[in-house]
Design a binder for this molecule. Structure first.
Ligand SMILES: Cc1cc2nc3c(=O)[nH]c(=O)nc-3n(C[C@H](O)[C@H](O)[C@H](O)COP(=O)(O)OP(=O)(O)OC[C@H]3O[C@@H](n4cnc5c(N)ncnc54)[C@H](O)[C@@H]3O)c2cc1C
Length: 377
């Protein structure tokens, strides 16, 4: 039976990006997905490549770096799956306007305040709000991009239940591999990680046909894409924290469409609108809003070490026990398409070239918080 260098569980944008970079680095890679490529949150995404319009902080800094990297990466390697366009961000509250103005003072990204190309399309309300135009932005064709990244990579359509490791090999469903990357998005973990809870947010995107030509990406109360060549515009995503697709309730598509259209029309005058398609899915975010990329801590093994968990801040990450050759990438919230290539390249460089990973993004940060609380209880 074939033994792969790396099995990537989850064929969303995170998993497909990891598989792409590892294959480029010469590894034998397999993608495993319960439903196929881009069947989770990635398949629903509007997939706007956007930074965070705020004053500062680690997420803003990281996103600015990831934004540059990923925009270049997609454009150079997959020009057919990205539409480049300027990006108009409009503040949707006074607080938001303050953050937007602070962003203008601190950002290194090229921007202007010239909305003349798009002004005739904006409602008086949208025109009256503070705004910024980024000269470089992009919207990815979410499903096509995942498929393009995964081209030429073995794909197994199966649900992985649990993982087993013996003699240096992981068994993941029917697959054997020396290493596993978990890129499972909002779905249940396949190894024990009691220290990590992800926030799952339901989203809805619609593609509409409209006679209005939209030249920019417009982000206000939601995101509106530039028109494609055939006049299609994507509108998404509404954020529904309450709806759980794994629960008993079914999703009300009509109400979701109505909400999306109403919010879009608050900002942009779209004429002759006809809804063509719906896309829905879950995205997963971390509690501290930073993405997660790194080695997976074995909680039981680490607790058994008898470390001084009350003073856990003083304990170096190298003192924890990690599952052997097990990595994860997750928790990018509404920025999965911005972060994925950037983080996947770092994971690949770590695995193939031994380059250090960013410790701030390690899953160990959650283990530390959880273990300290547990010790104090
Ligand atoms: C409506 C909507 C709009 C969005 N808009 C944007 C946007 O404009 N820009 C942006 O950057 N981001 C956006 N996002 C967020 C972005 O889509 C997510 O951050 C990203 O898709 C997360 O990718 P992922 O690969 O981690 O997860 P997913 O795409 O959910 O992939 C996880 C995959 O793992 C598979 N899987 C899970 N468990 C198992 C198992 N045990 N065995 C086998 N397979 C398994 C699932 O089938 C799934 O395909 C949006 C999200 C939504 C829902």
């Amino acid at each position: 039976m074939q033994i792969y260098d790396t099995a990537v569980i989850g064929a969303g944008i995170n998993g497909c990006s990891c598989a792409y970079f590892l294959k480029e680095a010469g590894q034998k890679v397999v993608l495993i997905d319960r439903e196929g490529i881009a069947s989770g949150g990635s398949g629903a995404a509007g997939a706007f490549i956007s930074p965070k319009f705020t004053k500062g902080g680690p997420l803003k800094e990281l996103l600015e770096e990831a934004y540059r990297f990923s925009l270049d990466f997609y454009t150079q390697n997959f020009p057919g799956q990205i539409q480049r366009a300027r990006l108009l961000q409009i503040a949707n509250s006074d607080e938001n306007a303050l953050r937007l103005n602070a962003f203008k003072e601190t950002t290194t990204l090229p921007f202007s305040e010239d909305i003349s190309d798009v002004e005739p399309l904006l409602t008086p309300y949208a025109k009256a709000c503070a705004s910024i135009v980024l000269e470089e932005g992009g919207v990815v064709d979410a499903q096509a991009m995942c498929k393009a990244l995964a081209a030429g990579i073995d794909l197994k359509n199966e649900q992985v239940g649990t993982l087993a490791y013996s003699d240096g090999i992981w068994q993941a469903g029917s697959v054997k591999a020396k290493r596993v990357i978990l890129a499972t998005g909002s779905y249940d973990f396949v190894v024990e990680m009691p220290y990590l809870k992800l926030r799952r947010v339901w989203g809805h995107r619609i593609d509409v046909k409209t006679s209005t030509k939209v030249p920019f990406s417009i982000h206000h109360h939601l995101s509106v894409s530039p028109s494609s060549d055939d006049g299609t515009v994507a509108i998404g995503a509404t954020h529904d924290l309450r709806f759980d697709p794994f629960g008993d309730e079914s999703y009300d598509y009509e109400a979701g469409r109505e909400e999306l259209l109403q919010k879009a029309l608050k900002s942009v005058r779209l004429e002759d609108v006809e809804v063509l398609r719906d896309y829905t899915g879950l995205r997963s975010g971390s509690n501290d809003y930073l993405p997660i990329a790194g080695r997976v801590v074995d909680a039981s093994g680490s607790l058994a070490r008898g470390l001084d968990l009350i003073n856990i801040k003083k304990i170096g990450d190298e003192q924890f026990v990690y599952y052997p050759e097990l990595y994860m990438i997750n928790g990018s919230g509404g920025y999965g398409f911005v972060f994925a290539p950037y983080l996947a390249k770092q994971l690949s460089d770590h695995i193939c070239k031994g380059q250090a990973l960013d410790p701030e993004l390690s899953p160990s940060r959650f283990f530390k918080r959880w273990a300290k609380k547990r010790a104090q209880a």
